[in-house]
Design a protein around this ligand. Structure first.
Ligand code: SAM
Ligand code: GPP
Ligand code: MG
Length: 294
């Protein structure tokens, strides 16, 4: 076998299943083509590549003066620090996970959260994404870190995961639940989680108190080809699928500093205004929900 054949066989792209729906085909294409500097340059800071947003206060001392020649580099490092802080908070809510446990990252992107989970708990982490490019990227990072026996991404639909019933001690969606029907999603998490297992999501959701999705929420949906759900829909779909919330944390005030900082950077993508305005007018919320599988 030539080295080229090895590359093909080892690549997640060699095993790409047909998309379950035309929409999922669109989403696979979207993430296969994604290469925004706001994601790649932040990931280059320490090799943890995220496709989620940040939380926490900005460290203005670390940023230095705006006319400092290193300012942009410091700003990128700071945005990345806030994105990793977000993943740490998600992992904090998984409860006690041991090295013999398996975790499932549903919609794992380039795998940054999976690496962090393995580094924290020593456990196995299985990720799924629709994008072969993302799965290859995540698996290459795992190889480079020599944790490929514990961290693995594959191309598959999170609504139909190749894991056994009750196999996972914990599972999560980090900004990936707005691509699927929530009843279907929580039914599948409920299946793969052991009884007593923990599910965690961090997500943007529209606020039922606002009434309907605001124009900013509609703009975010159009930008990412996703379908943001309401907070009420999350709670209802969990209740219908044996997932009992133990913590509901409104992270909206904690994520605003990230967005306000990002809006000043050279890496803006044009979606910053929609996030800032919808968080400020109360139509959109950044929320963590941790639930027990009962
Ligand atoms: C915004 S990214 C989040 C990535 C990752 N959770 C993170 O925090 O970096 C959304 C991810 O959801 C995945 N996704 C969307 N719909 C999916 C589905 N039906 N099955 C599996 N993955 C899906 C995409 O492929 C992408 O990896
Ligand atoms: C909170 C909500 C509604 C999220 C939608 C899902 C999404 C696209 C998350 C960030 O991905 P990214 O890191 O690739 O986006 P960006 O390029 O804007 O940083
Ligand atoms: Mg990003």
């Amino acid at each position: 076998m030539t080295s080229t054949e090895f590359t093909t066989v080892d690549s997640a792209a060699a095993f790409v299943p047909a998309p379950a729906t035309p929409y999922q085909g669109d989403i696979a294409r979207y993430w296969n083509n994604e290469a925004r500097p706001v994601n790649l340059r932040l990931g280059d800071v320490d090799g943890l590549y995220h496709h989620h947003y940040g939380i926490g206060d900005v460290d203005h001392a670390a940023l230095g003066d705006a006319d400092d020649s290193e300012h942009e580099k410091k700003l990128i490092t700071e945005l990345h620090r806030l994105e990793s802080a977000q993943a740490e908070v998600l992992l904090d809510h998984l409860g006690s996970i041991g090295p013999d446990d398996t975790l499932v990252d549903a919609g794992c992107g380039r795998g940054g959260s999976m690496v962090m989970a393995h580094q924290r708990f020593g456990c196995k982490v299985e990720g799924v994404t629709l994008s072969a490019k993302q799965a290859d990227f995540a698996n290459q990072r795992a190889d480079e870190l020599r944790i490929q026996d514990h961290v693995r991404a594959r191309v598959c639909n999170m609504l139909d995961m190749p894991f056994e019933t009750g196999q996972a001690a914990g599972s999560w969606n980090n900004e990936s639940s707005m691509y699927v029907d929530l009843h279907d999603l929580f039914s599948e998490h409920s299946r793969v989680l052991e009884v007593g297992g923990r599910y965690v999501t961090i997500t943007g959701c529209w606020n039922p108190r606002y009434g309907q999705p605001s124009k900013w929420v509609s703009q975010i949906n159009a930008h990412f080809e996703c379908n943001i759900h309401s907070r009420r829909e999350y709670l209802r779909a969990m209740a219908d699928n044996r997932l009992v919330p133990q913590a509901i944390v409104d992270l909206t005030p904690a994520t605003l500093p990230y967005w306000e900082l990002r809006a000043t950077s050279s890496l803006v993508t044009g979606i910053e205004e929609a996030f800032i305005n919808s968080y400020k007018d109360g139509s959109f919320q950044y929320v963590l929900i941790a639930a027990d599988r009962v």
